[in-house]
Each structure stands twice: as C-alpha cells, then as structure tokens.
Design a protein around this ligand. Structure first.
Ligand code: NAP
Length: 248
C-alpha cells in the first residue's frame, strides 16, 4: 500500500522538517499551508528534486470546507491518506489572561483544536476499517505548554494543547479497534518562527537556562519523533505522548 502523509502547516518549522523526513521514509507528502505559498513550494520542490513525491495545497484549518477540499484533493492527487500530522498551530501575542478577549480565544481554539478535530474526522473516515479503510496513523502536535500552562505568555495556547492531549487519548481509544493509532508529540522550546509570532523572536535565548539540556530543540528533532510514531516501529503505541523538550 502507498504511504500518503498529510502534514498541516507543512510550509515552515516542524511541519517542513517532517515533510523532508517523511519523503525520505517513502511517503508521498501533502504539504498544506495557510498563506505562505512560497515556503510550501520551496519544500515541495526540494523533495521532488531529490526523488521524492510531494505536493503543496492551500487550506486554512480554521475553515471546515477548506479541510474537506484538502482531503478530497489528496484522494485525487496522491491516493487515500495513511498518515495525518495535525501540525498547524498558532500563538497570539504574549499577554495575561486578564487581558484576553473572546475573539483571540476563538482564533486560538479554532486553529489549534477545532482544526485538528476536523482533520482527524476526515482522516478517520478514510482510514477506519469500519468505513472500509485499511487503517492508518494520526499524530497530533501538542506542547509541553499543556503541562506547564505558559503563564504570562499564552495560557490560551497552553489550554488548547491540553485539549489536544485529551483529544489524543479519547480518539485513540475510539478507533484503536479500527486499525488507527493516534499519538501526540509534546515539543518544548523549538527553534522556529512561532516565537516571533508571539512577539518574542529571542524567547529561547531568554528561557534556555530553564531547560535541563540548556538549549532549544531543532525542528528535525521533533520530526524524528513524529516519523517514529508514524512507523511500524511504534506498532503497539496508541493514545500516548513523546515529549521532545530537553527534559523540561
Ligand atoms: P511555525 O514555524 O509558526 O509554522 C506554523 C505552520 O502552521 C506554518 O506552516 C503555517 O502556514 C501553518 N499554519 C498556521 N495557521 C494555519 C492555519 N490556520 N491553517 C493551516 N496552516 C496554518 O510553527 P512551528 O513552531 O513549526 O509549530 C508547529 C506545531 O508545533 C504547532 O502546532 C505548534 O503549536 C507546535 N509546537 C511548537 C513549539 C515550538 O517551540 N516551535 C513548541 C511546542 C509545540 P503558513 O506558512 O502558510 O503561515
């Protein structure tokens, strides 16, 4: 069976590193993105030039019809999805809870939580033996913020990742008898653009003394955990977590 991986938010950071590694592992890769088409095309070109097969598709995971279209396009262009990486995620500017408004919370939960649910729904409809599928894997991107709470920075984001942890456990149990494994990785402070989007590009530099390993992580280090969970090497693991956080 062809291995087909959809990586939401595959244009940059952890998603892009996962796309590169997945192509090396023999997956046909769909790199989805929201706005940054140039970065998505660059990753796809790199993979295709090195003998892999990848395609870029625009889809905002906060928009249900975009997700439905994304999965249908993947069916047509690459074949049925066998691995979903729910990677697209956002932060908003650092602030305390007593300064947050409902619009901000709606944006944070729409992308980080609802988007992951709807993508998983589309994947389960294709993978589940109950629906005539041949099984598959789902890997959710949580965060160690789910354990630490991100006080004074983004408690909303941390709470959204807490929801992803519970979602991972519940969905894993729901579809464990239908050929689907569902797991999550919890990255710590990883060197990507996400910290700049929270208003502090040098956040890792400020916080690295709090990390037992005394350094931030690389996107590739998270990607390796994702690919392990997707692989048959993790065949008896479901509803569980791999922390990639330098001991934090
Ligand atoms: P990043 O460098 O900021 O990249 C985010 C990616 O998500 C981009 O490809 C972006 O697409 C995409 N995206 C954002 N909103 C989207 C939407 N509405 N629909 C579709 N795609 C969307 O982030 P990252 O650091 O690689 O983070 C990846 C995941 O790991 C996230 O879930 C994040 O919460 C989690 N994580 C990261 C860290 C860390 O320290 N970096 C730590 C813990 C957890 P465009 O390029 O089109 O904007």
């Amino acid at each position: 069976m062809d291995k087909v991986m959809i990586i939401t938010g595959g244009s940059r950071g952890i998603g892009a590193a996962t796309a590169r590694l997945a192509a090396t592992a023999g997956y046909k890769v769909c790199v989805s993105y929201r706005l940054d088409r140039q970065s998505a095309d660059a990753i796809v070109d790199e993979i295709n030039r090195s003998g892999g097969l990848a395609t870029a598709m625009q889809a905002d995971v906060a928009v249900e019809t975009d997700i439905v279209r994304l999965f249908e396009e993947v069916d047509n262009r690459l074949g049925p999805v066998t691995a979903l990486v729910n990677n697209a995620g956002i932060l908003e500017t650092q602030m305390r809870v007593d300064d947050m408004n409902a619009e901000r919370l709606a944006r944070v939960f729409a992308v980080n939580v609802t988007g992951s649910f709807i993508c998983a729904r589309e994947a389960v409809r294709r993978m589940s033996t109950k629906h005539g599928g041949k099984g598959g894997v789902i890997i959710n991107l949580s965060s160690i913020a789910a354990r630490l709470g991100a006080p004074n920075e983004y408690v909303d984001y941390a709470a959204a990742k807490g929801a992803i942890d519970t979602f991972t456990i519940g969905l894993a149990k729901e579809v464990a008898g239908e050929g689907i494994r569902v797991n999550a990785v919890r990255p710590g402070l990883i060197d990507t653009d996400i910290h700049a989007s929270g208003g502090e590009p040098n956040r890792i530099e400020r916080l690295k003394h709090t990390i037992p390993m005394q350094r931030g992580g690389l996107a590739e280090e998270v990607a390796r955990a994702i690919l392990w969970l997707a692989s048959e090497d993790a065949s008896y693991s479901t509803g569980t977590f791999v922390d990639v956080s330098g001991g934090r």
